[in-house]
Design a protein around this ligand. Sequence first.
Ligand code: FAD
Length: 412
Amino acid sequence: MAQQTITLIGGGLVGALLAQQLAQRGFAVEVYEKRPDPRLSGFPGRSSASCARGTRPSMDSGGRSINLALAERGLQALRTAGLADDVLQRAVMMRGRMVHDRDGNSSLQRYGVDDSEVIWSVSRGALNMLLLDAAEAAGVQFRFGQSLVSADFDAQRIRLADAAGVERELPAGMVIGADGAGSALRATMNAHSPLGERVESLGHGYKELEIPPAGELPAGVLQLSGGRDQYALEPHALHIWPRGGYMCIALPNTEGSFTVTLFLPAQGAAPSFATLPDAAAATAFFSEQFPDLLPLIPYFSEDFDGHPVGTLSTLYLQRWHLDGRALLIGDAAHAIVPFHGQGMNCGFEDTVVLANLLAAAPNDSAEVFAEFQRVRQPNANAIATMALENYVEMRDSVADPHYLAKRELGAL
Ligand code: FAD
């Protein structure tokens, strides 16, 4: 059994799963996570109408997507970790895209011929907490409220700050950064020797809104929406309102609500976030472009004014590691735009590959990290390209009659 201690920065989705995978393979793992333990404090971030009313099951992580599409590549990693059944018990199956046109008509485009080809909607918060529990059960030590400030790779030390800003230094031989798109470890590696970093902004942003469970909506609103059980819309679908240059999507949550995300150009001529400075302007825009969706969002003004506009970029790095001393994984290495719903899935796949490589050669981290990049980088680049292409498909092509005809013929 391998016995090396590994220092992991970031206990988010990828960090927690990687920690569990490494511990299962006999490594001693310490994780330093910036935020407090979400199992004790909830997920920090916005206050929304439904949170205040206590109907939202798990809060979001700082204004980003509060539910995610889990697909086969992520599920396969969870199967390897022995966690797939637990996760699926807390997930809602999505059989296909439910496309809503401007006239209020909707149609389901299935992902496969039957329920063997589906994706799943999972709560980011619930999933993170499940992964933290699993990692702890496997023997991982988590240190919450500890933010990486910098690393001295030559002296093999890291510098951390607690919530009060008090800094301390610790020894750390092998450091792995799962600290997300804004990775502090990446910044400090880059300062030591440049990683060939390129960040391409999409120029579009996003904002999250919420459709509450059907029981919170007036009966008249529900008559036409196609919902059932406790849901205001068909629960087993990823809903899309494609409008050409922009779109809304909605993913179901287990307790009956949907998380809606509006994707729109950040700047420029209407419609863009710049031309929707407040809820009044946004309400007028939604009445025109999403007339069937607006009545399903009773706290539209609070959500719109209270939630930040998120930015979307693709991160490309020439190098993911500093010989055998430091490595980046997940969004820290390859953040992508979310339109293929594959960022987390790709990061989960990373964890299995890395854990297997390290278990096979625990004393040759330089070779392992190089091999990890060699194996995973082409996949990450391909997914980044597909994610960018899928934005055009989701906001535009899915409503195009030519696209639909090709789908009918099985060409797509
Ligand atoms: P993160 O989730 O960002 O976690 C990083 C962790 O590191 C956090 O816990 C953070 O607190 C911690 N951290 C940060 N800095 C420090 C520091 N200095 N010191 C210590 N800890 C630190 N992916 C999908 O697969 N399916 C989807 O449907 C999907 N939808 C998305 C929708 C949107 C709008 C967005 C923005 C993304 C979406 N993604 C989706 C992508 C997905 O969110 C990311 O790929 C995933 O969260 C990456 O996980 P991670 O652990 O690498 O990074």
